[in-house]
Write a protein that binds this ligand. Structure first.
Ligand code: GLU
Length: 441
């Protein structure tokens, strides 16, 4: 079984989504079930409703799961297994107070050495501290694993000291709950962010003490850098999956981009289903990748181009296929749904003829043209049916020429003074002229 294990403690980051996509693809490629495990062990940091939000995003991206579990439902298993490890002397109660450990940490810092827990401290505060934690005995030998992206990674025993597996309230720590659940659900391969590399030997050690012999494969994904070249943080808007969706990026384009990042793909534009045919985690580059929104915009536009007029209309919240047709034309200049929406909104908004367009005042010719246009509409003139006949009729009726004719015409029809060829968009506009040719008060 493959799994994606989000913590409901914050918004879904593109790095999380990337891990979810890769785990999903591998599950499909190897015909194994895909599990979503909500890692809600950090009770204080859990945010109400985040689990549902993550699940609905996964749903939207088409990453459908075969099984869903909440880690907290397994706490009693975690606690029983901790007791078993204590009985086997692979884990022990530690009564150290927080103050004592903080002091030891300070001492290590002052001596410029890494802090390591010393098992001889375990009982020191037994009489004064009624709430011990449970720690797993640290590694006695080297622990290594082969990472499908990074290659062989190994840790010296002194890097893995006795770490906490149950907190003083009996709640398991992330490393322990994760190690146990990966075993209980028979996970075969794990793709996750590289911030978890140092957790992996700890999780392997837990299972080793339980004599679990099945090898779990790992691939740790390099971090994603922001445009500035430093690690993308929560403050970078583009790191939030919801933000990207709000900007009008399509789920299929975001997926395409996240798979293509730091990867060699047979084609530049593809769908999730295509990637299942050829994706190989080994081809993901080891080095950090930079998030390139320009590339995402390009990919998004290509995916928008693959949609037909009614699909586009639906995404723009209208059933009117002509709006979809107009949207399709605007793909010559727009790359996201929001940009298309802005163009279309500008067409249907009352026109501000007193604004400056390219620093020029076109209010007078706009007024003249508007009057002539309204008259044609009142007459239900046949000239309105086609752009060429409309143009000829308006030229004649207004006597306007050149720029003083074409700019105002464009302003009245689209709300801007530049853009797509009017003869291209007019067939669509022609259907809604009374909504379009209106002036702002
Ligand atoms: N809950 C962890 C996270 O969101 C999961 C890490 C893992 O996949 O093991 O980072």
């Amino acid at each position: 079984m493959l799994r994606f294990a989000p913590s409901p403690t914050g918004d879904m980051h593109i790095g999380n989504l990337r891990a979810a996509i890769f785990n999903y693809i591998i599950a499909k490629q190897t015909n194994q079930p895909f599990l979503i495990r909500i890692e809600d062990t950090d009770l204080a940091r859990n945010i109400e409703g985040k689990d549902k939000e993550i699940l609905s995003l996964l749903n939207l991206f088409g990453l459908l799961w075969d099984k869903l579990v909440y880690q907290s439902h397994n706490f009693s298993h975690h606690q029983k297994i901790a007791e078993y490890l204590i009985a086997k002397d692979k884990a022990f109660y530690c009564y150290c107070t927080k103050e004592f450990l903080d002091q030891k940490r300070e001492e290590a810092k002052a001596q410029k050495r890494a802090f390591r827990y010393d098992e001889s401290w375990a009982q020191i505060h037994k009489d004064s501290n009624p709430k011990p934690v449970v720690r797993l005995r640290g590694a006695r030998e080297e622990i290594g694993f082969v990472d499908e992206i990074k290659g062989e990674i190994s840790f010296n025993p002194n890097e893995i000291d006795s770490f906490v597996i149950l907190k003083d309230d009996g709640i398991p720590t992330y490393n322990f709950a994760c190690a146990i659940d990966d075993m209980l659900y028979d996970i075969s391969f794990i793709v996750r962010g590289e911030d978890h590399v140092s957790n992996t030997p700890r999780q392997i050690l837990v299972r080793k003490y339980l004599d679990y012999t099945k090898d779990i494969g790992y691939a740790h994904l390099p971090i994603i850098l922001g445009e500035s070249g430093s690690k993308m943080s929560k403050r970078d808007n583009a790191s939030s999956v919801s933000w990207l969706l709000e900007q009008g990026f399509l789920p299929q384009a975001i997926i395409n981009y996240l798979i293509a990042m730091g990867n060699k793909t047979p084609t530049e534009i593809f769908r999730l289903q295509d990637a299942i045919e050829w994706f190989d985690i080994k081809h993901i580059a080891k080095s950090p990748v930079k998030f390139d929104i320009k590339k995402l915009r390009f990919i998004n536009r290509e995916h928008l181009k693959m949609l037909n007029e009614s699909e586009l209309a639906l995404l723009l919240n209208t059933k009117d296929v002509s709006v979809g047709g107009l949207a399709k034309l605007y793909l010559q200049e727009a790359s996201t749904l929001n940009e298309i929406r802005d163009k279309i909104d500008s067409i249907f908004a009352p026109k501000d003829i007193y604004a400056l367009y390219e620093e020029q005042d076109f209010s007078e010719p706009c007024k003249i043209l508007y009057e002539a246009f309204v008259a044609l509409m009142a007459e239900h003139s046949l000239a309105l049916r086609e752009y060429e006949s409309l143009k000829a009729e308006l030229l004649e009726r207004t006597g306007l020429k050149g720029k003083n004719f074409f700019k105002p015409l464009r302003i009245l029809l689209t709300g801007t003074s530049h853009g797509l060829e009017l003869h291209e968009i007019y067939p669509f506009l022609q259907l809604f002229l009374t909504d379009i040719v209106r002036l702002k008060d």
